[in-house]
Design a protein around this ligand. Structure first.
Ligand code: NDP
Length: 492
């Protein structure tokens, strides 16, 4: 690893304000040196083949499992989430890592493809090849689950990875890379470079084969602009403003439980977090009573509190603005409110009667807040959900109409009668549309994301009719013409 720089930065615990680590700032030259090392490592790693790579990835998974208590502690210290939530995050990430290692050969390995009538003499092969080096830029909110959605799949596909973790969670990234180096000691196949946004920007310009970016929509646009300079392809896993819909026939207890967990867990700092709830008018009052009763039991704080601090100091001003702006526009806080903010801690907040154009409804809040709105029917709910610019995830509670409602929601995923199930299932892709980005992590799509399709043909014998040659005869032209009519003409 290249760490010649003198410059360092501190990581501050959002819960206590204590310095919990100090890490080097990688400057552009050091980023380029890491990528150059990764290029050499990539050839070696790709040469190992699917079976040996899967063996190494399984060994890495074993290392993470043995050290998971320590890893959970680092997550907790650096970004503040409760230890048990950190453990749950690690468990979910391990599932996807196992899937990527198990399935890479089947999804990406060479396969025969039928050539079609005019090329019957060709043997055709399709395979998915690694880019070489993939740069991964990750956020702090799920510092294991989210980056590993890119890192594990890029590695399983045969790429080397240079990972720039968020400056709020560099220790988590380094821990993962150190454990990897224990099972792959030969080459720097998975490196971590630490530093602020500029380090990430240098990675974008370093000539990697692809950037897997997860973070905010605003930063995503800057990353795309930097990558455009070198035509580096990008995966964009961006922010969200996910909604939960409650139909008249929904299980209201389950829906209220899902809304509270979806909105308040991780202190609301979840890309797929529930931020808006739309409830059928027939069950609105009953649902609200259950929701508030449920959320009232939760407390943000340290120790045994189930909600941790807000990780980024600057996020507090955004959460405060969303709450105060909504209240100024006539909303009511049934729980929490602007007074519920104390330093880095925000108590659960439930807002009703929020106008749809308020920032609390249109922009990512990233705090433990929910807006709840009454809708006359599911048409209105879907219209309001789809009016937003984001399209990451969504949740629907309905005993009979879940699938019909889900099919009309514009989002990369919808979970019916459960919150966020689609993000935990290993064979399903995860990603968004609109301001939530493009490209997919997880599942077969997630593996293909870190490869390019390679098409190969081998001519097995010469056809009596040579088509792609200047010696083509008039007889051949006439025959092709007749074939075109036979093959495609009847559609006219
Ligand atoms: P940011 O966009 O602030 O940062 C994401 C990463 O990009 C960080 O590592 C950051 O570094 C880095 N970065 C900042 N500026 C640049 C730049 N100019 N060039 C390259 N890299 C740069 O997001 P957050 O870390 O605050 O994460 C929260 C966001 O992530 C939310 O919007 C959330 O919805 C989204 N997210 C999306 C997910 C998805 O699957 N769609 C999953 C999880 C989160 P540094 O931190 O050092 O500034």
């Amino acid at each position: 690893m290249h760490t010649r720089t003198e410059s360092t930065f501190d990581v501050i615990s959002p819960a206590t304000g204590a310095v919990v680590g100090s890490y080097p700032v990688f400057a552009a030259a050091e980023v380029e040196a890491s990528v150059a090392d990764a290029r050499r490592a990539a050839d070696w790693w790709a040469g190992l083949g699917f079976t040996e790579r899967a063996r190494r990835l399984d060994a890495w998974r074993g290392e993470i499992v043995s050290g998971r208590a320590e890893l959970a502690r680092i997550i907790h210290q650096e970004m503040g989430k409760p230890l048990s939530d950190a453990r749950l995050e690690i468990a979910m990430a391990l599932e996807h890592l196992a899937w990527a290692a198990d399935n890479a050969r089947q999804v990406l390995g060479p396969r025969s493809v039928r050539p079609g009538l005019l090329a019957v003499n060709q043997e055709c092969t399709l395979e998915y090849r690694p880019f070489g080096v993939v740069g991964v830029i990750g956020p702090w909110n799920y510092p294991v689950f989210t980056p590993l959605g890119s890192v594990s799949f890029a590695l399983a596909a045969g790429n080397a990875v240079v990972f720039k973790p968020s400056e709020f969670t560099p220790g988590v990234g380094l821990w993962l890379a150190q454990r990897f180096a224990e099972v792959v000691p030969e080459q720097p196949v998975f490196q971590v470079i630490t530093g602020p946004g500029e380090t990430g920007a240098a990675l974008c310009r370093s000539g990697v084969g692809k950037i897997g970016f997860t973070g905010s929509t605003a930063t995503g646009k800057r990353v795309m602009a930097a990558c455009a300079e070198t035509l580096t392809p990008v995966l964009m896993e961006l922010g969200g403003k996910d909604a939960l819909i409650v139909d008249a026939d929904a299980d209201l207890d389950a829906a209220a439980d899902a809304a509270v967990w979806g909105g308040m867990s991780n202190a609301g700092q979840t890309c797929l977090g529930v931020e808006r709830v739309y409830v059928h008018t027939d069950v609105y009052d009953e649902f609200l009573t259950k929701l508030v009763a449920h959320a009232r039991n939760l407390r943000a704080g340290t120790g045994a509190a189930k909600i941790g601090p807000i990780t980024m100091p600057k996020q507090i001003a955004i959460i405060r603005h969303h709450i105060e702006d909504a209240l100024a526009r006539g909303a009511r806080a049934l729980l929490g409110g602007a007074d519920a903010i104390d330093g880095q801690f925000v108590q659960p907040t439930i807002l009703v009667d929020v106008p749809e154009e308020a920032a609390a409804v249109t922009e990512e809040t990233f705090g433990p807040t929910l807006t709840v709105a009454r809708v006359r029917d599911m048409d209105e709910a879907i219209e309001r959900v789809n009016a937003g610019s984001y399209g990451l995830g969504s949740t629907v509670f309905s005993r009979h109409n879940g699938r019909q409602i889900a099919d009309r929601i514009r989002a990369g995923g919808t979970s019916i009668n459960a919150y966020v199930a689609h993000a935990t299932i290993t064979s399903l892709p995860l990603g968004g549309v609109g301001d939530s980005g493009f490209g997919r992590v997880h599942g077969a799509d997630g593996l293909k994301e870190f490869t390019y399709a390679k098409a190969t043909t081998r001519q097995r014998f010469s056809l009596p009719l040579a088509l792609t040659t200047f010696t083509r005869s008039k007889t051949t032209d006439a025959l092709v013409d007749r074939l075109v009519t036979q093959l495609h003409g009847r559609n006219r």
